[in-house]
Ligand binder design. Structure first.
Ligand SMILES: [Zn+2]
Ligand SMILES: [Zn+2]
Length: 273
């Protein structure tokens, strides 16, 4: 299995980090988990064109995790040579979001249909809303959905992707919870969005300090990894943005609680296992 961090950023714009998006290649199956800012650019940099995606999986509907989905939908459609559904799995209200996204693309869709004689179909987005405990298959990958605690973002989910006994868990945003521990059990890789609470506390902004109660710290992620007995912890979605050269500091904070491999990387970092 191959995991590529397509975007390691957060809602705050960063010239060096795309928004949250992780590519999971499981055998011949290609999944994109979340579609944050610039996701499609990074996807192509990772060698995957929009039509190469077998499905998009969304952990939750915060804007930073979905704001490039319109780009994925548009290009998946305009680059297709025949009607090709884009499968999107996400929590409850994903359908509402996708309907709004297609409505927003309404003018564009009408222009392209009018201009290209060989393009006779509208984008086909097949949304499947998933609940914690659901199982589904995409190509060669078996996916289990777990609950995460990112309140008041309800529901939010994590995904356990399995292929030939190899497992990656995409934790999304949130604080640790028993359900996440269970989902991560024995995984080969656990990808978690993280925050440095010590650095966030230095920012004199009430609105920024609000985020302290709904993100895993680096140490939280490491403790989840240790409890679940995962082989490697992959950190992403660095809050605040991780400047070049500070990776060892973040890794050391995790290493206080987790003895396995710890990956702290820039966009397009590849982890294979
Ligand atoms: Zn979020
Ligand atoms: Zn986020």
């Amino acid at each position: 299995m191959k995991v590529t961090l397509c975007g390691t950023g957060t809602p705050l714009p960063d010239p060096n980090r795309a928004g949250p998006a992780t590519l999971v290649e499981a055998g011949t199956t290609t999944l994109m988990v979340d579609a944050g800012r610039g996701a499609l650019m990074r996807l192509v940099a990772a060698g995957v064109l929009p039509l190469g995606l077998d499905a998009v999986l969304l952990t939750h509907l915060h804007s930073d995790h979905i704001c490039s989905l319109n780009d994925v939908v548009s290009m998946h459609w305009t680059m297709s040579s025949e009607p090709t559904p884009l499968k999107v799995y996400g929590p409850v209200r994903t359908k509402e979001m996708a309907d709004g996204l297609l409505a927003m693309l309404g003018p564009d869709i009408s222009f392209r249909l009018a201009h290209h004689d060989d393009l006779t179909w509208e984008p086909i987005v097949e949304v499947e809303e998933v609940l914690a405990g659901d199982h589904f298959e995409v190509g060669e990958a078996a996916v289990i959905v777990g609950r995460t605690n990112h309140a008041p973002v309800e529901p939010s989910v994590a995904f356990r992707v399995e292929h030939e006994g190899v497992v990656a868990v995409l934790g999304g945003d949130g604080v640790p919870c028993d359900e996440l521990d269970e989902l991560c059990d024995g995984a080969d890789a656990y990808v978690q969005t993280v925050m440095r609470d010590d650095l966030v506390r230095l920012v004199p902004s009430e609105r920024f300090l609000d985020i302290l109660d709904y993100h895993s710290t680096v140490q939280d992620a490491a403790r989840t990894a240790a409890r679940a007995g995962v082989a490697r912890l992959v950190l992403t979605h660095y809050i605040p943005s991780l400047p070049a050269g500070q990776e060892d500091e973040w890794r050391a904070l995790a290493a206080e609680h987790f003895e396995g491999e710890i990956i702290v990387g820039d966009d397009l970092t590849v982890v294979e296992f």
